[in-house]
Design a protein around this ligand. Structure first.
Ligand code: KIV
Ligand code: ZN
Length: 536
């Protein structure tokens, strides 16, 4: 186990998609999905992956352990970090979670604002300092790499914050992370706060080896601005999430900070290890797994981020892209939608194009995707890169399947009785068929699936359809989110038929819910809903 030492001109990217991001309403992930996301984060080049909160549950511990072993196992792997409250049990469990990584980190925290001390922990300032002393000392006795966060630092009195940071460093913290937990601060003010902390915290100034870190929330839409203000003040670690997902209005977006540093090298003059060409793929994976759609006008990864609508803008971009584009779509991994494949294209051409898009597929996986491609090319003259991306997401970004879609048949129209018949395989490989009537074709389909699966009580909280490309023959992408027992589960589906895409998305959300929470006390009817891995 070793702690990394970084060049002072490098900004360390600490990704907390799997911890703070997963805390956002609607982002519940299976442990297999967490592992896949962690692998993709490693390809993206993040330096530290906060893989979870091991003390939260045995499942969280197991997921962190698996990421530590399978993604953090080699010298050049990212550091794998776990979060722990400043209590002995959490810290020891956290260590169990990360200790098998080549570069493990324990991240412990305590609320330090007067509001948190008074209403949350009931500690006096002196008692808080004592708790921090014990927690950081214990963490450091287990692990070389210890991060401490004074939670709600944005509303903590600066003199006390300096004392807190000094105690944490004295007890062995190697990274001091300063969170604006409630998204309260303003960039100018934050820059000053961070500069003051760096200058005045004993033992943690420039050259001390202590890394200062920034962790911002987006309640006032200022997370990226505040994070960059912190960097300008001397912080060299940024805590971020993919697509900015996180508690409430979310965390700072990784892609926004990475592209700001990348696009303005003369202004920031700082390096990162981020391979920006992996940004779109990572964004898509997180969005598909969480069912949280990226808003079209989202900076860097939104569908409109590189679209030019106004005539004068189109004219300028055609003359030279730099007229209205400060970064190229290719820089974030968006290839131009070149019309390269059609129904006469063969398996090899598909494999080569997918490889150019960053997907290496062979054997059965290639056969599977080739069959989907052929169907699509029959229905749609030109298959674009965006279509291929959607198809790959639909084929491979799926939760473990307890129920598998075999067929769906719908009749609808003006007679007012939309009826759907669904055929699924259950975990035992048995075929199950049910028909249902709904208020519309999608509702009828969802009812037919419910009739087969008898899922735990849930409500549909979001249903969104999006067209991958222009034209009547475009692929439709659907995301749904369902809520059950206070947790939200997302699902994604893509198909030339939006009803089929809707069914796939809803089934993905139901499968994800069953993998994560099972049936609980709800008894499925008959043995149709036996939970396990589908076999045919
Ligand atoms: O926002 C916050 O304060 C946190 C801490 C646990 C770092 O997420
Ligand atoms: Zn946070």
């Amino acid at each position: 186990m070793t702690r990394r030492v970084y060049d002072p001109n490098r900004v360390i990217f600490f990704d907390t998609t799997l911890r703070d991001g997963e805390q956002s309403p609607g982002a519940t992930l299976t442990s297999a999905e967490k592992l896949e996301i962690a692998r993709q984060l490693a390809r993206l080049g993040v330096d530290v992956i906060e893989a979870g909160f091991p003390a939260a549950s045995p499942d969280d511990l197991a997921a962190v352990q698996r990421i530590a072993r399978e993604v953090g196992g080699t010298d050049d792997s990212p550091t794998i970090c776990g979060l722990a409250r400043a209590v002995e049990g959490d810290i020891r469990t956290c260590w169990e979670g990360v200790k098998d990584a080549k570069h493990p980190r324990i991240h412990t925290f305590l609320g330090t604002s007067d509001i948190h001390l008074k209403y949350q922990t009931g500690l006096s300032r002196e008692q808080a300092l004592e708790v921090i002393r014990k927690a950081v000392t214990l963490a450091r006795s287990l692990c070389d790499d210890v991060e401490f966060s004074p939670m709600d630092a944005g509303r903590t009195d600066i003199e006390f914050l300096i004392q807190v940071c000094a105690v944490a460093v004295e007890c062995g913290a190697t990274t001091l992370n300063i969170p604006d937990t409630v998204g309260y601060v303003a960039p100018e003010e934050w820059r000053e706060t961070i500069a003051t902390l760096i200058a005045e915290t004993p033992g943690a100034g420039v050259g001390s080896g202590v890394v200062w870190s920034i962790h911002c929330h987006n309640d006032l839409g200022l997370a990226t601005a505040n994070t960059l203000a912190g960097v300008l003040a001397g912080a060299r670690q940024v805590e971020v999430t993919i697509n900015g997902i996180g508690e409430r209005a979310g965390n700072t977006s990784l892609e926004e900070v990475a592209m700001a540093l990348h696009t303005r090298p003369q202004f920031y003059n700082l390096q990162t290890g981020i391979n920006t060409r992996e940004i779109m793929k990572t964004s898509r994976m997180v969005s598909n797994y969480t069912g949280m759609m990226v808003q079209p006008n989202k900076a860097v990864v939104g569908a409109n981020a590189f679209a030019h609508e106004a005539g004068i803008h189109q004219d300028g971009v055609l003359k030279h892209h730099s007229t209205y584009e400060i970064m190229t779509p290719e820089a974030v991994g968006l290839t131009q939608s070149r019309l390269v494949l059609g129904k006469h294209s063969g398996r090899h051409a598909l494999k080569v194009r997918l490889s150019e898009l960053g997907y290496e597929v062979d054997g059965d996986a290639l056969n599977q995707v080739f069959a989907r491609f052929k169907d699509l090319a029959d229905a749609k003259k030109n298959v674009t890169d965006a279509d291929l991306e959607a198809l790959m997401a639909d084929e491979f970004n799926k939760p473990q399947e307890i129920f598998t879609l075999v067929d769906i048949q719908v009749t609808c129209g003006t007679m007012g009785m939309p009826t759907a018949t669904a055929k699924l395989y259950n975990a035992k490989g048995e075929e199950l068929i049910h028909a249902a009537v709904g208020v519309g074709p999608v509702d009828a389909c969802f009812r037919a699936l419910d009739a087969i699966i008898s899922p735990p009580k849930n409500v549909l909280v979001e249903y969104a359809v999006h067209s991958v490309t222009e034209g009547i023959d475009a692929l439709g992408e659907v995301t749904v989110r369902i809520e059950s027992g206070g947790k939200t589960f997302g699902g994604y589906g893509a198909d030339g038929d939006v009803i089929v895409a809707s069914v796939k998305a809803y089934l993905a959300a139901l499968n994800r819910m069953l993998v994560i929470v099972g049936y609980g006390d709800v008894k499925p009817e008959g043995d149709a809903a036996t939970v396990g891995v589908a076999s045919k």
